[in-house]
Write a protein that binds this ligand. Structure first.
Ligand SMILES: [Zn+2]
Length: 61
């Protein structure tokens, strides 16, 4: 079995560690931008939710 790619928060640079709380690890959020997958740590994801909800999709323009 191969390990998944390491998750690094694209906002604050926080790196997910193997000994991180499983509950916290599940709270990581992945977003896709132009085919690239980006990860947000639980802390940033919580703050970023408002931005996502208030942001119009790029396709709109
Ligand atoms: Zn972060």
């Amino acid at each position: 079995m191969s390990e998944p790619e390491p998750r690094v928060c694209t906002r604050c640079g926080h790196t997910r560690t193997a000994d991180e709380d499983p509950v916290t690890a599940l709270a990581w959020v992945s977003t896709r931008e132009r085919g690239a997958v980006r990860w947000l740590c639980p802390t940033c994801a919580r703050q970023h939710v408002r931005d996502i909800e208030g942001k119009l999709p790029d396709e709109y323009w």
